[in-house]
Design a protein around this ligand. Structure first.
Ligand SMILES: *Cc1c(COP(=O)(O)O)cnc(C)c1O
Length: 418
């Protein structure tokens, strides 16, 4: 089956926007973000206290974060600056999950100060964070969360994370029990259990399978250690249909399957709530990278050179990831010319598409590179002196506003010592 991939803006809108905000830029779709978040929240409404903590790293933009927070989402942070970003927009306390690894002491101190719910990545971090709390004249919070790595393969997409045995995240089953005992010794009363075992999973079975593993584990740990589990955190990992032939995971079905696991396993008094930390699923499809065709060259292949590059969207260069491309205004023309669509970095992997069939392109054509809403702008960097682009928002009323300005050369020079 092939789905038509719709762009966020038309050619006419893009031409209008370009007059104020030159390409390349990322544009996000407010209505799409909201409708999708509402569907997630209502699908899990069977679970008391359910909360999606948006993975800030996917799209660290205050306007986007506020849209989600207004719908009832919390945030998931993994660094000091992400914590500070939440604080700046008034998101604190249990609205923040802090899930970091190789975490420096000052980051734990900041997370403790904000009252965030902290997920520990390793057993050795129990004493480490207890020491941080003590040095800051406090104790550990009432509730702490632990990250599990079950070390077993999932029959799902592991291109991004690697197999769990090879992944650097989380602790073993034995270490979880040990961590709980130690944390109880430090006065912690309630616990969360977290795992993130595979990224960008299509189909409807990743969360239900993971939920089964985590629910069983939480139940066993509760019996073994007497721990009171406040929540189970299914983390991120639900995928999006990057390719036209992919189908969007069906969240109502996924939530119903998780519910079935919940009812099967928690048949007694134990009734933890659920959290998720979706990033890609919340934002990916609701962002497009808009770029203009600058040049063509024909050597051994046909190249179309555009004004965006891997510094604006790194996934194709980094993972060979597929991002669909629509030529605005040529949606109905036959895709009968084969191109490599490339950016200007002095890196041969700076290719948005290789051997892609597209309608015949002309200089000045505007391309929409789809699904850039998560891990797109966010992974941007300044290699080759490339500057980060603006981020724009297509609002529900059809207007467009800038939600981050493009960098200028002054930003590039700001950290340099002359
Ligand atoms: C990256 C990340 C997420 C979000 O992952 P997606 O694949 O974007 O859903 C959630 N939790 C943690 C701890 C992460 O590192």
């Amino acid at each position: 089956m092939s789905n038509v991939k719709k762009t966020i803006i038309t050619k006419k809108q893009a031409e209008e926007i370009k007059k104020t905000y030159p390409t390349p830029f990322h544009i996000y779709d407010e209505k799409g973000i909201e409708d999708n978040a509402k569907e997630l929240i209502s699908s899990f409404s069977w679970c008391k206290g359910f909360k999606e903590h948006f993975a800030v790293k996917a799209t660290p933009n205050p306007t986007i974060m506020k849209i989600l927070h207004n719908l009832g989402c919390g945030m998931d942070c993994s660094s000091l600056t992400e914590l500070m970003l939440c604080e700046k927009i008034g998101i604190t306390g249990d609205d923040i999950m802090f899930t970091a690894n190789e975490t420096p002491a000052e980051e734990y101190a900041y997370a403790l100060k904000l009252g965030a719910t902290i997920t520990l990545d390793d057993l050795t971090h129990v004493d480490f964070i207890a020491d941080v709390a003590k040095k800051n004249g406090t104790t550990l919070p009432e509730c702490m969360s632990l990250r599990f790595n079950n070390g077993k393969n999932f029959a799902v997409n592991n291109q991004i994370m690697g197999t769990p045995q090879d992944a650097k995240y989380g602790m073993t089953r034995e270490q979880l029990a040990e961590a709980i005992r130690k944390l109880k010794g430090y006065g912690v009363k309630r616990f969360g259990l977290h795992a993130f075992l595979a990224s960008n999973n299509l189909g409807n079975d990743y969360y239900p399978t993971l939920a089964g593993i985590l629910f069983e584990t939480a139940k066993e740990l509760a019996e073994e250690t007497g721990a009171d589990f406040k929540f189970v955190n299914l983390s991120g990992g639900v995928g999006i249909p990057y390719r036209p032939e992919d189908d969007k995971p069906n969240i109502p079905i996924i939530a119903a399957k998780v519910k079935a696991e919940y009812e099967r396993i928690f048949d007694g008094d134990m009734k933890p709530s659920l959290r998720t930390e979706l990033g890609r699923y919340m934002l990916g499809p609701y962002g497009n990278l808009i770029t203009t065709v600058l040049h063509f060259k024909h050597i051994y292949k046909e190249y179309a050179g555009v004004d965006a590059c891997a510094a604006n969207l790194m996934r194709p260069a980094m993972y060979g990831a597929y991002h669909h491309i629509t030529v605005l205004g040529k949606e109905n023309e036959p895709a009968n010319v084969k191109y490599d669509v490339v950016g200007g970095l002095c890196e041969n992997n700076d290719k948005f598409a290789v051997d892609r069939m597209l309608p015949a392109l002309e200089v000045g054509d505007i391309l929409a590179i789809h699904d850039s809403g998560a891990h797109g702008f966010a992974m941007g960097y300044n290699y080759n002196g490339r500057l980060r682009s603006a981020e724009l928002l297509l609002k529900k009323d059809g207007s467009v506003c800038m939600i981050r300005r493009a960098e200028t050369p002054d930003d590039y020079f700001a950290t340099m010592v002359f």
